[in-house]
Design a protein around this ligand. Structure first.
Ligand code: MLT
Ligand code: MN
Ligand code: ZN
Length: 307
């Protein structure tokens, strides 16, 4: 199984268009210690031909151009290496790319029923896209393995199983009576050679389900949004802390770094990293702490092979 990070940043990317935080400034000025990153997305394939995209970011067009296997192969007038998309939540940074791929190629989208409902009721991506191109939708039920098929119906060799992570609602889901079950999922993806990865870009707390999945994984790709809980507030960039936004910080006491450090997985990678997170500065003490724990700070273009 081959895994490629298409975009390692959280919503907004690095640099974010309107942000003047230290990292965004450094990235904008070409500082080699703060490498620009596009928004949250990963591509996975068993054979190097049929690729499943985990979350479709608003940067998908740039990401496709930066990774040739996703472009048309052969001589057909239209084509793509994208065999399907899998959404972990309904957030704008993870779903807007679906609108941008409206020109055709009938690859299916996979999500929980809840995410699908919200992408009809509040952010109506499914009905809008379906006016342009058929976009079949496969509903993923937590705990039930789903073999991933190519648009032609062949087995891709990959199986996805979702597990529930959190009941955090996107800001645009405004009806408090909405059932939040399935709002934020993690993915377990298994390949034909027995390799197993966990993808969890939205982790509010280390749940028993995440713990169990990560303990059996060769590769763990996990939420690296914030270093500290009050990062946005301290920088004067917002009023909500990390837990209000559904993200467990990396570096705080009880944060994800403590847990990940002791995890046996061969590869551990932070993803969905917000531009304010000081670990994005390769020369800083936070990045050093993460590296010393044997964990990678994801970058666009990083590749992994497992199983
Ligand atoms: C998140 O990851 O918390 C969301 O994508 C926030 C947002 O950008 O709306
Ligand atoms: Mn996000
Ligand atoms: Zn910034």
């Amino acid at each position: 199984m081959r895994i490629r990070i298409l975009g390692a940043a959280a919503g907004g990317g690095l640099p974010q268009w309107n942000c003047n935080c230290p990292n965004c400034r450094a990235a904008r000025s070409g500082d080699s210690h703060v490498v620009p990153r596009t928004q949250s997305s990963v591509a996975v394939s068993a054979d190097g031909c049929a690729w499943f995209i985990l979350n479709l970011s608003p940067d998908i067009r740039t990401q496709i151009h930066s990774f040739p296997p996703l472009s048309p192969q052969g001589d057909a007038p239209r084509g793509t290496g994208i065999a399907g998309a899998i959404l972990t939540d309904a957030e704008i940074d993870h779903t807007l790319g679906l609108l941008l791929l409206r020109e055709g190629c009938p690859f299916p989208v996979h999500s929980t029923p809840t995410v699908r409902r919200w992408l009809n009721r509040y952010l109506p991506i499914e009905p809008v896209v379906s006016r342009f191109t058929p976009r079949p939708w496969v509903e993923l039920i937590p705990g039930e393995p789903c073999p991933l098929r190519t648009p032609g119906g062949d087995e891709s060799g990959l199986t996805v199983t979702v597990f529930e992570l959190d009941s955090h609602l996107p800001r645009f889901v405004t009806d408090p009576s909405e059932d939040p079950a399935g709002a934020v999922a993690g993915l377990i993806i298994e390949g034909p050679g027995g390799g197993r990865m966990v993808y969890a870009p939205g982790v509010a707390r280390i749940t028993p389900g995440l713990r169990a999945a990560a303990e059996k994984a060769d590769l763990v790709m996990i939420d690296g949004t914030f270093w500290t809980g009050d990062e946005m507030i301290r920088l004067g960039l917002g009023t909500r802390d990390a837990s209000d936004m559904g993200h467990l910080p990396v570096g705080d006491a009880g944060g994800s770094l403590e847990w990940l450090s002791g995890l046996a997985a061969a590869r551990k990678v932070y993803l969905h990293i917000n531009n304010t997170n000081p670990m994005l500065n390769d020369a800083g003490p936070e990045a050093a702490r993460v590296r010393e724990a044997g964990i990678s700070i994801g970058r666009d273009g990083d590749e992994f092979g497992i199983g």
